[in-house]
Design a protein around this ligand. Structure first.
Ligand code: OOG
Ligand code: NI
Length: 447
């Protein structure tokens, strides 16, 4: 092999290619990109302190390219090959999400970069779901879905060959990297010609619309691609002003001085023409647009508090949901100092004014002495309640199923052929590395 291309570079090429393809396929996604770019420009112009802060954290550069997408797979073999494909681009499975609790017959992980340099280069993530075929109650229909999926090939031969080559050689050279991106893109492309007859589609749809979406087509078409905004309330208002059919509520925490985790909203799925065998025309709705605002990654204690307050707002009955959310979250500290002192969020520690002598003691002492500053670490993952809300808003209001809650992480990992990484451990490691870098400063030995 001539010089291998860095995995971060392949990921960036792939995310650009996906974005261009999705813009062609779903033009409303292009409108979202322009709304988000306008809002971000305005926020940065109005809040120079925030702009400086983001620049210092190296977050400004990644903002314009930052996207996440989502796909839904049908079989264990598809998931295992997808893991190998993402590995070529430096994307690893992080976290386990059980969506059955929310009446959606899938479980999921997020493929994303994990180390600091890779995240800074391009944090592209794909939320990847696997159908839980055992949740199809009707045995006849379940067998039919299994048979349909059994002979589907979602990867081109060339893509599989390049994945194997990357594994064998430990990377791909320029030409192969470009061919890999082009070949893998085929897996994510929309195919309007269904593999099943209109009657089978109707039966699958009646079991769950998501099942029809996963089983009926040639591949796991990308179903949305999400840019990151610095002000989701402004972006949501702009979506409504432009007459885009946006979801009623923003998922996640309420607006705050220090953003935490993830806030998301979406526009409803579009109706697309499909063709069933025998040239029979039909319609399918699955693909949509979404925007998100990201904030601080929370520690297990912070996450437990978040989950409790969100539950309080969701189950309460007084006032509107937005009012209940605001009331409940009054109990969630909203300054960086309080979040750090109470151990609710993860922070990155950096010496102030370049490399110098840092006092002895622990990080709290360093900050008190004004020689180190701490900034929140960005949340790179997803939220199950929010994901469920996004899934549901795109299934239509009549689609409310219930499945016995049954997390099945071991079965998911067996299908994946690997275990998923623990998101909390990854954030804790980023924080610990930043502390270790300060402890290792040359001046410290004398301190
Ligand atoms: C995935 C929905 C989850 C998010 O941002 O929470 C998701 C799907 O609809 O396939 O993308
Ligand atoms: Ni999403």
């Amino acid at each position: 092999m001539s010089v291998p291309v860095c995995a971060d570079t392949i990921r960036t090429r792939f995310s650009h290619a996906m974005s261009a393809m999705y813009r062609d396929e779903v033009p409303l996604y292009g409108d979202l990109l322009s709304i988000v770019a306008d809002v971000n420009r305005r926020v940065l112009a109005d809040r120079p302190a925030l702009a400086a802060e983001l620049r210092a954290r190296g977050e400004l550069d990644r903002l314009d390219v930052e996207r996440h997408g989502a796909i839904r797979l049908g079989t264990a073999a598809e998931l295992a090959m997808m893991r190998r494909a993402f590995a070529v681009m430096g994307m690893w499975p992080v976290g386990y999400y059980d969506l059955s609790v929310a009446g959606v017959p899938v479980h999921s992980t997020a493929f994303r970069p994990v180390n600091e340099a890779a995240l800074a280069a391009n944090p592209f993530r794909i939320f990847t779901s696997l159908l839980r075929i055992e949740l199809i109650e009707d045995a006849g229909l379940r067998a039919e879905a299994e048979a349909i999926l059994a002979n589907r090939r979602i990867f081109t031969d060339e893509a599989v060959c390049l994945i194997e080559r990357a594994e064998a050689q430990g990377g791909l050279d320029e030409d192969d990297a470009d061919r890999f991106v082009a070949e893998l893109l085929e897996t994510f492309r929309w195919h309007g010609d269904a593999r099943v007859g209109a009657d089978a589609y109707a039966r699958l749809s009646a079991a769950h619309r998501l099942i029809a979406d996963i089983v009926s087509f040639r591949g796991p078409h990308i179903n949305h691609l999400t840019p990151r905004t610095l002000d989701i309330d402004a972006a949501q208002a702009e979506m409504q002003a432009r007459g885009i059919d946006a979801k009623a509520v923003v998922e996640g925490p309420p607006p705050r001085a220090v953003p935490i985790l993830l806030r998301q909203t979406s526009f409803k799925a579009i109706e697309e023409d499909v063709v069933f065998p025998g040239d029979q025309p039909g319609q399918h709705t699955a693909r949509f647009g979404e925007i998100e605002q990201r904030g601080a990654a929370l520690t297990p204690a912070g996450r437990a508090l978040y989950d409790r307050l969100l539950e309080q707002a969701r189950t309460g009955t007084d006032g509107s949901y937005a009012e209940r959310l605001a009331t409940a979250f009054a109990d969630f500290p909203d300054t960086e100092d309080a979040l750090r002192d109470r151990g609710l969020a993860y922070f990155r520690y950096e010496p102030v004014g370049g490399v110098g002598t840092v006092p002895a003691g622990d990080p709290a002492d360093w900050i008190a002495a004004g020689q180190v500053r701490a900034t929140p670490i960005v949340y790179e993952d997803f939220l199950p309640v929010s994901a469920a809300g996004i899934f549901q808003s795109n299934l239509g209001d009549d689609e409310q199923r219930s499945y016995a809650a049954s997390a099945a992480q071991a079965a998911f990992e067996a299908a994946l052929g690997a275990s998923v990484r623990d998101p909390f451990a990854l954030y804790a490691e980023l924080e610990a590395q930043s502390i270790a870098r300060i402890r290792d400063l040359p001046g410290r030995a004398a301190a």
